[in-house]
Design a protein around this ligand. Structure first.
Ligand SMILES: Cc1ncc(COP(=O)(O)O)c(C=O)c1O
Length: 429
């Protein structure tokens, strides 16, 4: 049994500062906090073996090279990837998706299918490629209740799709897509499948061997790693068909004045000196996560979300996004409030209650614009979220509702009476 109070103590950012209550961090879907072991791993790199891997032969370089490749193996095992050569370390999931998108040899007219609820990281690049290389972008509309329409998928696939690119778990409302079945349908019709696993891999067991995705992108800074770390997973054979996004040092076997030979994956995609401190920190975060176990983390997220959902389910001015069952959106509670702008609500919760949530369109502008919504408020949970955090959040939402006149016809438009000492801040995107 995991001692969740002890877990919290491993996260320095959650410590109370000079007599103020501990911060209530409910923005893990944007970036998770890091346990102390991650900070220690970063410090160990800079103080004990601050070398560059794969170049020099001295002991610092040997040590960091050994640890960096060890991290690759650890992530391959964690994801059930066919081999460590199928793990490419990158800056973030956006870069991973861009690598696949820019790396495939598109023919004009090739179709890419995305859902209507993708993060901009899995949308903008396809729109660019439509302009630049003549690909055609199709959208699959997802039912509002969190279900998935396989007939609609098959109808799209029948029109000819080269690549399906879907999220695994949505950052907007926490719903997950049935990726294994989607992979079967896509492959049966000759399409490849790229999965944006940003919000899934930190919270549920992902086994690429059973999922059947051809490419899987994720951010390590959403699963206890340092900021600016991510990866792309795929079989070395699939990765070998991609052209690198960036080339130069480390990506080649040899060069002459007139040519070069690229190294096999993954090194051909990791150009220049890498973020060794970040990757070693992320590997320490992974060890921490594995010690607790994804099954426990998933159950913890769900229990936290049940508490939030139950507490606010009778509030008629709270409108939940996504599946009603919290178990089906375990790490995310996303909602709108009648009469309250989401950004005002977020500022109110932070200033008045120390509760940090995300507000706005969560980088899924397309979805909100289609519905003429100004955004939503999103509380996202992780292994360090406590029942008390949820209670503070709920108390803040209730106070907010108490301060505005009930007006069911007004959605997200009236300004909220400001909390004390409310600063001016930039509106969230
Ligand atoms: C579903 C989803 N996809 C992509 C991204 C982008 O991730 P990154 O910042 O690692 O590029 C995010 C970040 O919030 C996300 O939630």
């Amino acid at each position: 049994m995991t001692d969740w109070n002890r877990v919290r103590r491993d996260f320095p950012a959650l410590a109370p500062v000079s007599g103020r209550p501990a911060p209530v961090y409910l923005d893990s879907a944007c970036m998770s906090l890091v346990p102390r072991t991650v900070l220690e791993a970063i410090e160990a790199y800079y103080s004990e073996y601050p070398g560059c891997a794969g170049r020099s032969l001295h002991r610092f370089a040997e040590e960091v090279g050994h640890r960096y490749e060890g991290a690759r193996e650890a992530f391959a095992r964690f994801l059930g990837a066919p081999s460590a050569s199928g793990i490419v370390f990158l800056r973030n999931a956006t870069e991973a998706i861009n690598l696949v998108a820019r790396g495939l040899n598109w023919e004009p007219g090739d179709r890419v299918l995305v859902s209507d609820q993708e993060h901009n990281s899995n949308l903008v690049i396809w729109q660019r490629l439509a302009d630049e290389r003549g690909i055609r972008l199709a959208h699959l509309r997802l039912p509002a209740d969190g279900s998935f329409d396989f007939d609609a998928l098959d109808a799209e696939l029948d029109r000819g799709v080269r690549l399906v690119s879907f999220f695994h778990t949505s950052n907007l409302d926490g719903r997950s897509l049935p990726i294994r079945e989607i992979a079967e349908h896509a492959h049966a019709k000759g399409a490849e499948l790229l999965v944006d696993g940003c919000q899934a891999a930190p919270h549920q067991r992902v086994d690429l061997a059973t999922l059947g995705a051809d490419y899987y992108a994720l951010s390590l800074h959403k699963m206890l790693g340092p900021s600016g770390t991510g990866l792309l997973a795929g079989s070395p054979e699939r990765l070998a068909q991609l052209a690198p996004l960036v080339v130069g040092g480390e990506t080649v076997e040899w060069t002459s004045l007139t040519g070069h030979q690229l190294r096999p994956p993954p090194h051909r995609f990791e150009a220049g000196l890498q973020n060794y401190a970040g990757v070693l920190g992320a590997a320490a975060g992974l060890r921490y996560l594995e010690r607790i176990g994804l099954e426990d983390v998933e159950a913890h997220d769900a229990a936290i979300n049940v508490r939030a959902t139950r507490a606010l389910m009778d509030e008629s001015r709270v409108h939940l996004l996504g599946p009603t069952d919290p178990a089906h959106r375990a790490s995310i509670y996303s909602f709108t409030l009648d009469g309250v702008d989401p950004n005002d609500a977020a500022l109110f919760l932070d200033e008045g209650y120390g509760v940090m949530v995300r507000s706005g369109m969560h980088c899924v502008h397309s979805w909100y614009r289609e519905r003429s919504l100004p955004g939503s408020i999103r509380a996202s949970f992780y292994l360090y979220t406590s029942p008390r955090d949820v209670d503070t959040f709920v108390a803040g939402v209730r106070e907010l509702l108490g301060r505005i006149p009930a007006s069911p016809s007004v959605r997200a438009s009236s300004p909220v009476p400001p909390p004390p000492r409310r600063p001016t801040r930039r509106a969230a995107r």
